[in-house]
Design a protein around this ligand. Structure first.
Ligand code: ATP
Ligand code: FE
Length: 337
């Protein structure tokens, strides 16, 4: 079974081909137009998707070394994401499915991030989690703890009530004058800094939910107060600021994850989403895995950021389950798992 996946929910246009769960190609075109604006500009994103989609799909098919008519079904991200961006991928997928007379499969982007853990690579032994497992999904738009019972049976048991972890990274990075997206820059600069130099506020929220807006405000006010006394405060303390900020975000993420593991009795732990690329988070997870005897599985870096391989693998499991989508499907900007 060969599935083509299409992802266009935000600012990456991507197409991937997967054969029986094994990756044949994964092409990602990242949009550079947003860098000057400090965030993704929806209208510019849609236009860039429009320009990229056909060359990206062509390249994915070429790299997979397959013929177009061998594709069994086309899977696309239906949501959540930017509506204009999603429309490009959705419309393309519908047209492709009609022309090739193959089934159409809608995929929830968040489910895709989780199932990225199951992407197989030729010749590489797969270290996939066993069901049930917990997945810490940390991305630009979401921070959730998901209880995964089966490929297509997931339950959100904790989530952010305001900002996502990625947003906390990006917004704090922005006030420090770092380029968008700021997460990777904070990660890099934090390596030289002291994580205990500054204290930032942590939310006090019951249960397994997260909150990051208080930290963001606290960080902003802290910089503002210090800049009044020393206008070079940020430049002089960049590494320590990044390290302390990252440390706080990781502690917040880990505290609820540990709690979830304890409450559910599940020690099969995974992480997904763009923020799982963070090296501090990866180290903290590994330390906790040793301490609490978790079987920890961290996906390969290229499958943590937005990509179509995760959409194709989800499409594969839906195909096996015969979960197909009609031509009347419309994208949705917001959705639960
Ligand atoms: P969603 O999946 O919730 O719709 P998204 O698709 O925009 O959101 P992803 O592409 O999964 O999110 O992740 C992007 C986020 O990951 C950005 O906020 C970015 O700053 C963050 N990120 C990427 N690399 C790192 C890193 N090394 N450290 C911290 N954050 C990072
Ligand atoms: Fe994403």
């Amino acid at each position: 079974i060969i599935i083509m996946g299409i992802e266009s929910s935000c600012d990456d246009t991507s197409a991937a081909i997967i054969r029986d769960g094994e990756i044949l190609s994964n092409v990602v075109a990242s949009q550079k137009v947003h860098e000057d604006y400090g965030g993704v500009v929806p209208e510019l994103a849609s236009r860039a998707h429009q320009q990229n989609i056909i060359p990206v799909v062509d390249l994915a098919i070429k790299r997979a070394n397959i013929r177009r008519h061998e594709i069994s079904a086309v899977a696309f991200t239906r949501g959540p994401g930017l509506l204009g961006s999603l429309l490009v991928g959705t419309s393309f997928a519908k047209g492709f499915s009609l022309a090739a007379k193959i089934p159409l499969i809608e995929v929830n982007h968040l489910q895709g991030h989780v199932l990225a853990l199951f992407i197989k690579e030729n010749g590489v032994e797969l270290k996939a989690p066993n069901f049930p497992f917990l997945c810490l999904l940390v991305s630009g738009g979401n921070s959730q703890i998901i209880l995964v019972r089966d490929y297509l049976d997931m339950e959100v048991i904790g989530q952010t009530i305001d900002d996502a972890a990625g947003e906390a990274f990006d917004k704090c990075a922005k006030v420090m004058g770092l380029p968008y997206p700021g997460g990777p820059h904070v990660d890099r600069l934090a390596k030289e800094g002291d994580p205990n130099r500054f204290e930032f506020s942590r939310p006090r929220i019951a249960g397994l939910d997260y909150s990051f807006s208080g930290l963001k405000t606290n960080f902003l006010y802290f910089l503002r107060d210090n800049l009044k006394e020393n206008e070079n405060f940020v430049e002089e303390n960049m590494a320590d600021l990044c390290a302390s900020l990252q440390h706080t975000i990781i502690e917040i993420l880990l505290s609820k994850l540990k709690r979830a593991a304890k409450e559910t009795g599940i020690n099969e732990i995974t992480v997904a989403g763009g923020v799982s690329a963070n090296s501090g988070l990866r180290n903290a997870l590994q330390e906790n895995a040793k301490k609490h005897r978790w079987n920890l599985i961290i996906p390969k870096f290229e499958y943590t950021m937005d990509n179509a391989a995760m959409i194709a693998i989800t499409g594969y499991y839906k195909y096996l389950n015969k979960e197909f989508t009609g031509q009347d499907a419309v994208p949705f900007a917001r959705t639960q798992l």
